[in-house]
Each structure stands twice: as structure tokens, then as C-alpha cells.
Unconditional design. Structure first.
Length: 115
């Protein structure tokens, strides 16, 4: 089982990034997918999630209207489009796959928002 995040980097305030999380080793389409983030000195927090069936989405309040989660069950990939980025969005972003008691995590990708 593998979850590999990519797409992080350094971006100026107001900029955009698109994160990807490529999955392998399990039936991706059956799993709910979630993006979390963890800033230095802070606890990991939920960013957004998307269901396995129907693709229903949910966002943390501070990300609504700026971030969009989506999934491609053919490419076994979940995405996080991040717009209007702020310095407080700086964190390591992780993806998680979950189905019942089965949970898998990626290693994370660093996003730094700074001028």
C-alpha cells in the first residue's frame, strides 16, 4: 500500500498550488480520502475530505471557497486545488485513505506560503 503526495512547494501569498496523492496497493475507489495538514508546533487538522461513493465533499471552515478536493478513480489519485493561499496555510499536507478500520497515510508534502 502506498500513498504518495506531490505538488507542494513555495508560493507567494495569493497564489495557487495543486496537490496530488497517488494511491496504489488497495482498491482506491472504495476508500474515503482526506487531506490533513500540520503546521509547525500545531496539531494535525482536517482540510477536506471526499467520499468513495458519490464524491461528496466536506471542508474545514477556513478552507471553504479557497480549496477544492477531487478524485479520479481511474487514475487512483486525489487532488487538492488550493487558491488564494495565505501564510497561515504553510504546513505539511498529508493524504489519508480510510475504509472502516483500514487507514493509510502518505508521507506528506510541504507547502510554504511566503513572499
Amino acid at each position: 500500500v502506498q500513498l504518495v503526495e506531490s505538488g507542494g512547494g513555495l508560493v507567494q501569498p495569493g497564489g495557487s498550488l495543486r496537490l496530488s496523492c497517488a494511491a496504489s496497493g488497495f482498491t482506491f475507489s472504495r476508500y474515503a480520502m482526506t487531506w490533513y495538514r500540520q503546521a509547525p508546533g500545531k496539531e494535525r487538522e482536517l482540510v477536506a475530505d471526499i467520499t468513495s461513493i458519490g464524491g461528496f465533499t466536506n471542508y474545514a471552515y477556513s478552507m471553504k471557497g479557497r480549496f477544492t478536493i477531487s478524485r479520479d478513480n481511474v487514475k487512483n489519485t486525489v487532488y487538492l486545488q488550493m487558491n488564494s493561499l495565505k501564510p497561515e496555510d504553510t504546513a505539511v499536507y498529508y493524504c489519508r485513505a480510510s475504509l472502516g478500520s483500514h487507514t493509510y497515510w502518505g508521507q506528506g508534502t510541504q507547502v510554504t506560503v511566503s513572499s
